[in-house]
Ligand binder design. Structure first.
Ligand code: ADP
Ligand code: ADP
Length: 229
């Protein structure tokens, strides 16, 4: 399961300045919906509401038909995996970083998650700048590799719902394609909400929703949105 539904959600950080002005959409179980739109449109705000960092002023957010207003944040975190734009690594091996929070996961499972995220060669390495043993230089991870650590962590956790906040605009196109590949693997079969900055990164989404100043201005598949020009 893991159907996510926004029903006429309105929200403002400051009452004088509405951010979401009646947003409704559904992410069917196992499907991928992408939210695209210019910076400041309210995309990240949607994910903050989904985790109950804030409450909508009106409207409802439902998971499997249940209004999340009555669901504890801890339960939401267990059900929803988040791959953020920026990943801060802990002072330990990449394997530890992947396992973080999933302490009873087997080495086998950690390795498999790393393999799917294409960072298995780093599992035993320490990131650069951390307490590496004397005489060793830590591993310098690129932004894309750090993001893959977050992807591997999410694969290991295996939540039914995923929120992917794409940072690919800052990456070169080769890295972008690699990340895209890893993200496609994690999202397969899970209910996925992708927050994207560019249409080109969400070709495979089942539906693309264009948000502008807190309002849905277009929706459709990749091709139909391209046809709009
Ligand atoms: P997007 O993800 O589409 O770039 P956001 O949801 O991050 O947009 O932000 C939407 C608007 O809300 C922006 O104008 C932003 O400045 C404002 N905003 C975001 N977070 C806060 C906050 N904590 N307090 C006040 N305003 C905020
Ligand atoms: P885990 O539950 O995977 O061990 P943590 O206990 O470290 O992870 O908490 C991170 C979880 O909290 C993420 O999986 C995500 O569900 C949620 N989370 C953390 N940061 C954010 C954020 N900026 N926006 C939305 N959700 C977040």
């Amino acid at each position: 399961d893991g159907v996510v539904r926004f029903e006429d959600v309105r929200f403002a950080y400051d009452p004088a300045r509405p951010i979401l002005r009646g947003v409704s959409f559904e992410v069917p179980a196992g499907r991928t919906i992408a939210i695209v739109g210019p910076s400041g449109a309210g995309k990240s705000t949607l994910s903050r509401l989904l985790f109950r960092f804030y409450e909508p002023q009106s409207g409802r957010i439902l998971i499997d038909g249940q209004d999340i207003a009555g669901v504890e944040q801890g339960s939401l975190r267990a059900a929803i995996g988040m791959v953020p734009q920026d990943t801060v690594l802990f002072n330990d091996t990449i394997g530890y970083n992947i396992r973080y929070g999933q302490w009873d996961a087997s080495d086998e499972a950690v390795r498999e998650a790393a393999r799917l995220a294409q960072i298995d060669r780093f599992v035993s390495s320490l990131p650069e700048g951390y307490d590496t043993p004397v005489g060793e230089r830590g591993l310098k991870l690129s932004g894309g590799e750090k993001q893959r650590v977050a992807i591997a962590r999410t694969i290991l956790k295996g939540p039914p719902i995923l929120v992917l906040d794409e940072a690919t605009s800052a990456l070169d196109s080769f890295t972008e394609r690699e990340i895209q590949d890893a993200l496609d693997k994690v999202s397969r079969g899970r209910t996925t909400l992708v927050i994207a900055h560019r249409l080109s990164t969400v070709v495979n989404a089942d539906e693309i929703i264009v948000l502008d100043r807190g309002v849905i201005v277009e929706r459709g598949d990749h091709q139909s949105l391209l046809d709009l020009g």
